[in-house]
Design a protein around this ligand. Structure first.
Ligand code: GRF
Length: 189
């Protein structure tokens, strides 16, 4: 039987859009906040969606990360999800998802890991002055941006690049690489 896939989003959802255009079977789109990914992209494609808003965002705001992670894990299990795909999902999980879905959570990070981990990978790469950066698909583990690497692709940094122009060129690569990697990982075709 085909593995059931959930895509987790927080933002623009352009990677989700690419997956939909590429006919990747998606069983659930889950968001941690209202965003284009869930409100427009998933809704227009008539995919099942779940909005599970966080109680708080940002430093200095109390947020029960383990409790939130466990609630998401419960929702994913209830939906019968086998593979969890993070696509611009901005909540860092902490808790039982990494045991219940061990080895079955994918993330894509806009840098060539292990370089430039964290939230500002594109900005950090640009600030460091690298001439080549790129994107990494990896298995997500409890250590941020540190799980086994599945696929990588380089993207050159061009003279005059800003964080926006460079990130957009990285995303162009991600929109092809991620859906293809998910297909192979989930044994679809
Ligand atoms: C991608 O660059 C991905 O590497 C990072 O978040 C971005 C998601 O873009 N984790 P979008 O929200 O799908 O447009």
């Amino acid at each position: 039987m085909r593995k059931k896939i959930a895509v987790l989003v927080s933002g623009k959802g352009s990677l989700l859009e690419a997956m939909i255009k590429g006919d990747l079977p998606i069983d659930l789109v889950l968001a941690d906040r209202p965003c284009r990914g869930v409100d427009e992209i998933a809704a227009n494609a008539k995919l099942p969606t779940l909005l599970s808003p966080r109680s708080a965002f940002g430093k200095g705001h109390a947020f029960n990360r383990v409790g939130y992670t466990n609630e998401i894990t419960r929702l994913l299990l209830e939906a019968g999800i086998d593979v969890v795909v993070m696509a611009g999902f901005m909540t860092i999980f902490s808790g039982e998802i990494f045991t219940r879905y061990s080895g079955h959570i994918l993330n894509i990070h806009p840098a060539l890991l292990p370089a430039f981990k964290g939230e500002h990978a594109v900005r950090d790469a640009l600030a460091f002055g690298v001439k080549v950066t790129g994107t990494t698909v990896h298995v997500a583990t409890s250590e941020l941006d540190n799980g086994p690497i599945i696929a990588q692709q380089a993207v050159p940094v061009l003279d005059g690049d800003t964080e926006e122009t460079l990130h957009e060129r990285i995303k162009e690569v991600e929109r092809v690489l991620y859906p293809a990697t998910i297909r192979t990982f989930a044994g679809i075709d």
